[in-house]
Write a protein that binds this ligand. Structure first.
Ligand code: GLN
Length: 540
């Protein structure tokens, strides 16, 4: 079967949930028996988001193969329950880098290299690669940015041409827009949608469906108005009203004809009757009144919650599985550097320190770890959070009071966290960390092994530093358990503090593999310990 492509563009403004819409639409198609993959086309010129500040871009989502990608790939993986690979995120930077390197090699000898056809052909090649690389029957392609942006024009031209290349029955176009609400008159306005569809049509793309995001329900009159001005059937105007429950979105879309419309336009018939019972259970569990637990997330980019989106989602999944309501307190690590800042940790039931880079706020994170250790508060460290836990332990239990990570103090007399030897020769910043899936062996009789219930796991990584083996024996003698190690025993992947209800850190990022219906075992174990601290679960 030829791979079928659904292209998703956005109009009016950004941040209206294009990634989630693509993800939820993918779920609808999977529920009808199709294998699905999703690709994000990002118009910026960076080769990948790996070198961007989280303030610019939010979280960097890491895939099995180690590619550093847009956070929307996290939505795709979580909603559709799939594992994507590097062809699923393309940037302008990658496209130009490829075309320019071919030009330097002499591949186009004599030719003038132009946006059309050279850049657009390269974009199309990468779009078609998704079908081949993933074997998916239906590929959803989300074009980043908003129609009208200069940067996205080559992508739009490329996806326009794909209908010509692949045929009408193999391509479908969805345009997502926003309907603003005028408070004074209580009206939803369609004009920006009309303009945006007009702009899209002027590029040559006629949408098959228009998904309208709004904070208020839309009525038939608005649907018809959009249909009339934008030249689609009224039933192809798909309402998507804001919901506070993220995982309700596939259920809301299921109530619309979008899946039928897409399958019809792609000349496909549903193979299975969708079964939403698991999702309905998740949503009703979210709605149910539950006892609350307070968890502090101590980070450096907390102003921008998107910087920790997978961590937040993984915590939510685990809270649902434990039957508790998560009250997440976002704490700036720099604020904890002042002593009185620690007061904010007074009534938390758990502390999570996620990944990060650079020294800003690091002492605040170390203080949070001390507080957790001394007060028996569950602590979960992810990557940098694990390294912080080890530094804290070395300083205050081993009494190496100048212990540090070499990342923050190159001349520390006790570099308990040090650069991995293979990183010594690395000079380039992009894509050069230890990235992607690596195996980890779990030691029996540890919290990690109890949580996973298996001997070997594979987790996703993104780091340059590691626990320094020169200090491993000393740390272990003092009560730090290296409960997860690489199969050759060279690299400590999980550490935990002995005689503490739950103080565990991972060198990898477990948050990337958590699913709403399948929370990550370590997050589940952490929230279980948190619930016990809050006096909710007594049986742990
Ligand atoms: N900065 C640390 C390192 O490079 C931690 C990285 C992370 O948290 N992802 O090892």
């Amino acid at each position: 079967m030829t791979t079928k492509y659904i292209f998703i563009t956005g109009g009016v403004l950004s941040s209206i949930g294009k990634g989630v819409t693509a993800a939820a639409t993918g779920r609808l198609l999977k529920a009808r028996g199709f294998s699905v993959a999703v690709q994000k086309l990002d118009p910026y010129i960076n080769v990948d988001p790996g070198t961007m500040s989280p303030y610019q871009h939010g979280e960097v989502f890491v895939l099995d193969d180690g590619s550093e990608t847009d956070l929307d790939l996290g939505h795709y993986e979580r909603f559709i329950d799939i594992r994507l690979n590097k062809v699923c995120n393309v940037t302008t930077g990658q496209v130009y880098a490829e075309v320019i390197s071919r030009e330097r090699r002499g591949d186009y000898l004599g030719g003038t290299i132009q946006v059309i056809p050279h850049i657009t052909n390269e974009i199309k090649r990468r779009v078609r690669m998704v079908g081949k690389a993933t074997g998916a029957e239906i590929v959803l392609v989300e074009v980043g940015g908003t129609v009208g942006d200069i940067e996205s024009l080559p992508f739009l031209e490329a996806i326009r041409q794909m209908r010509f290349d692949l045929g009408r029955e193999n391509t479908s176009y969805i345009h997502l827009t926003w309907l603003p609400h005028i408070g004074a008159t209580g009206e939803l306005k369609t004009k920006p949608t009309q303009h945006s569809v007009h702009e899209l049509r002027s590029i040559g793309i006629v949408p098959d469906a228009i998904v309208t995001r709004s904070d208020y329900p839309i009525d038939a009159e608005i649907q018809e108005k959009i249909a009339l001005f934008c030249d689609v059937d009224a039933k192809a105007v798909i309402p998507m009203v804001t919901t506070p429950i993220l995982y309700e979105i596939p259920l809301l879309l299921e109530e619309t004809p979008i899946a039928d419309l897409l399958l019809e336009s792609l000349n496909l018939k549903a193979r299975t009757q969708p079964d939403w019972s698991e999702w309905e259970k998740i949503v009703s569990e979210v709605q149910r009144e539950k006892p609350q637990v307070n968890v502090a997330l101590v980070g450096k980019y907390v102003e921008l919650h998107d910087a920790y989106i997978s961590v937040r989602e993984a915590l939510q999944h685990a809270a649902l599985a434990n039957g508790v309501e998560l009250n997440l307190k976002w704490l700036h690590s720099a604020d904890l550097e002042e002593d009185q800042g620690l007061e904010t940790l007074n009534n938390v039931d758990g502390i999570i320190v996620p990944g990060g880079f650079g020294s800003r706020g690091i002492e605040g994170k170390i203080k949070a770890a001390t507080y957790a250790r001394e007060n028996s508060i569950p602590y979960f460290g992810l990557c940098l959070g694990m390294q912080v836990m080890v530094v804290e332990f070395a300083r205050n239990v081993l009494q190496l009071n100048k212990a540090n990570s070499a990342e923050f103090d190159r001349s520390t007399p006790a570099p308990v966290i040090d650069l991995m030897p293979e990183q010594n020769s690395v000079t380039e910043k992009g894509g050069t960390m230890r990235l992607g899936l690596y195996p980890c062996h779990l030691q029996e009789g540890t919290k990690a092994r109890d949580a996973y219930q298996v001997e070997m796991v594979e987790e996703r990584h993104r780091h340059r530093f590691e626990l320094n083996n020169d200090y491993r024996a000393e740390l272990e003698d003092a009560g730090l358990i290296c409960s997860g190690v690489s199969p050759d025993n060279r690299l400590v992947e999980i550490a935990e503090v002995k005689n503490h209800p739950f103080m565990l850190g991972t060198q990898f990022h477990p948050e990337f593999l958590s699913r709403p219906n399948r929370p990550h075992p370590l997050f589940t174990a952490f929230i279980k310990a948190v619930s016990k601290h809050a006096g909710i679960h007594k049986d742990v």
